[in-house]
Design a protein around this ligand. Structure first.
Ligand code: URA
Length: 272
């Protein structure tokens, strides 16, 4: 079987996986054309994927074997990053993790949601925001017609659980940063929602606290970014729920300006 044939099957399976579960991650084991990919940025991943599916091959450039939709390509690239994260041993968090937690969502998200790092539930399942904070996050997103199944991608600053849920150390954030950069380069979200201090500090390179900067827009690599309270903070302190809702309305209004009909992409919401 040629690389193109493998790519065709791989992408078809990925497509159906995305359609039925809304997930990027799929269960197939045999993706030999994507194993052991070393990369430092999205361009290298793209060139690797292009080589593997034949689009860099002059023989197939003029007459593509099949036409991929952009979504399928992006899903494959995002999956490549997930595979690289699964193999990562660049910081000490790899020693205590059960699973890596690369992120989940649609391949062409309107919104990229960025949290701090996986907790115990996420470490067990490999999915971000599945514990109590995650359930609250899903409700917050649903209130403005966003969901991981329909129009968002959710990830974290670090992709492995810090022991006892401590704040990730600067060297851990640093070691993981290229994965987030590659994800953003590929996903090209219209807007970013940063959750809590760790996301805020590391994305905007600031020490100012979330209480000061929440609800304001910043420019992150030409993408409008708004920071709001982490759902875990809302679970600890009910009084943050009102300002959090105000932030979400500000976020929704800007998204409506950028994509006036974005709510039509919200189909089945967060229901599983
Ligand atoms: N908190 C986070 O910041 N991320 C998760 O994935 C779960 C809880």
């Amino acid at each position: 079987m040629t690389a193109q044939e493998k790519s065709l099957i791989y992408n078809l399976l990925n497509k159906s996986d995305c359609l039925f579960s809304g997930k990027i991650l799929s269960d197939f084991e045999q993706i030999d054309f994507k194993d052991d990919v070393e990369f430092s940025n999205a361009e290298q991943i793209k060139s690797q994927a292009n080589t593997e599916n034949g689009t860099n091959n002059p023989a197939t450039n003029s007459k593509p074997y099949f036409k991929q939709s952009q979504d399928i390509e992006q899903a494959a690239l995002i999956k490549n990053i997930a595979l690289s994260i699964a193999q990562c041993t660049s910081c000490v968090l790899c020693k205590t993790r059960i699973n890596t937690v690369p992120g989940i969502g649609v391949a062409s998200p309107l919104v990229l949601v960025i949290g701090e790092g996986p907790g115990a539930d996420e470490d067990k399942t490999g999915e971000p925001f599945v514990g109590k904070a995650g359930q609250l996050l899903d409700k917050m997103l649903a209130a403005i017609q966003l969901s991981r199944k329909d129009n968002c991608f959710i990830t974290n600053i670090v992709k492995c659980r810090p022991p006892a849920n401590r704040t990730p150390l600067p060297e851990e954030v640093q070691a993981c940063a290229h994965f987030l950069k590659a994800q953003i380069d590929i996903l090209k979200p219209k807007m970013i929602l940063a959750l809590g201090n760790t996301a805020l500090h590391n994305l905007l390179n600031t020490n100012a606290g979330i209480k000061k900067l929440h609800g304001k827009f910043f420019n992150y690599q030409n993408i409008p970014l708004l920071a709001t309270f982490h759902p875990s903070a809302l679970l600890r302190d009910e009084s943050l729920k009102r300002p959090s809702w105000e932030d979400l309305k500000i976020f929704r209004n800007r998204l409506l300006e950028i994509v006036p009909n974005y709510q039509s992409s919200y189909l089945n919401g967060g229901s599983t």
